[in-house]
Write a protein that binds this ligand. Sequence first.
Ligand code: SAM
Ligand code: SF4
Length: 329
Amino acid sequence: MLDPFGRTISYLRVSVTDKCDFRCHYCMSEEMEFLPREEVLSLEEMDRVCSAFISRGVEKLRLTGGEPLVRRGIMSLIKTLSRHLDSGALKELTLTTNGSQLRKYADELVEYGVKRINVSLDTLDPAKFAQITRLGVLEKVLDGIQAAKEAGLKIKINTVAVRGFNDSEFDQMISWCGDQGFDLTFIETMPLGEIGGTRSDQYLPLLEVKERLGERWTLSDNSLNTGGPSRYVDVAETGQKVGFITPLTEHFCDTCNRVRLTCTGTLYMCLGQDDSVDLRAPLRNSESDGPLLDAIDGAINNKPKGHEFVIDESNTEPSLARHMSVTGG
Ligand code: SAM
Ligand code: SF4
C-alpha cells in the first residue's frame, strides 16, 4: 500500500480494547468511561480486519490498547493471527503491554510466534509506580517481565519521561535495562485525551534528556530506523540500545509506515490527526471483504502528511480529544 506521499504502509497497530487495569496519569483520568460492548469489534472481526490488511501488504502487526492482555480471549486472536506468520505473509506479530498479565501469558505468546514485546515501565520505585499507574503493583509487573524473559521473549522497555517524577531515575533505568539485556525507549508525553489536569508541567523535551545522559554514558547514534518516531543510540557501557520518541521536539512523519485501528474499527491514518475511516460498517454489512478492502484503500489514499502536536504554556489543552488508549500507543 502506497500513500499519496510515496510512503509504503506495512505496519498496523491495533488497539484491541480501550480498557485497562491501570490508570496511568499521563494516559487516563481516574474515572474513565469505557466503550459499550456492542461498539467493540469481536475477536473474529478483528481477525478479519487484520487479515484484510495483511492481504494488502501489512507485514508487521502490533496489538496494543488499553491493555491488550486484559481483553478476554485475547490469546485466541493471537493464535489465529499466527497463521499469517506461518504462511510468511506476516513478518512480525508483537504487542505493547503494561506487563501485569505477562506471568500468565508469556509462554503462550512464544508458542504463537511472538518474538519480542514492548513493556511500559516508568519507574523502578514501588511507591512511585503505584502513584503513576494509580492501580499497578510494581512487583507483579517485574515478575511478569521476568516470566517473559525466561520464556525467551526479547523485551524493550518503554518509559514515558515525566518532568519532576522520573527524571532522576533515567541513569538507573539504563543500568537496569543493561543488566537485564533489555533495550529502552524514552517517550515524550503527548497531548492526547483529557487526563484531569494539565500536561505542560509533565512535559520533558527528550533532547534535553539525551544531552544530560550523554554526560554520564557514552552514546553513539544507531542507524536503526523502524519507520516510527523513534531514534536510537547505542550505550557503550551496557551494550544496549536506548531510543527517544520525540513527536514534539522532532517530527519524523516523512518516513511513517503505519496506521492505527481502534477497537471499534475506526482507522486513524495518523496518531496526531483526527482523519479517520470507519471500517466497522463495511465489515459488518458485508460477508465479502470487498467493501472492507475498498475502505482500507481509500483510507491509505487519504493518509495525512504529518501531525501538529504542541505542548507549552499557552497550549495546555489536549491537541486531540481521544486518549492514547483509544488509538493505541
Ligand atoms: N497498556 C499498554 C502499555 O501501557 O504498554 C499498551 C497501551 S499504552 C497506551 C502504549 C504506550 O503509550 C505506553 O508505553 C504508554 O506509556 C504510552 N502513553 C500513554 N499515554 C501517553 C501520552 N499521553 N503520551 C505519551 N505516551 C503515552
Ligand atoms: Fe493502561 Fe497503558 Fe494507558 Fe497505562 S499507558 S493507563 S497501562 S493503557
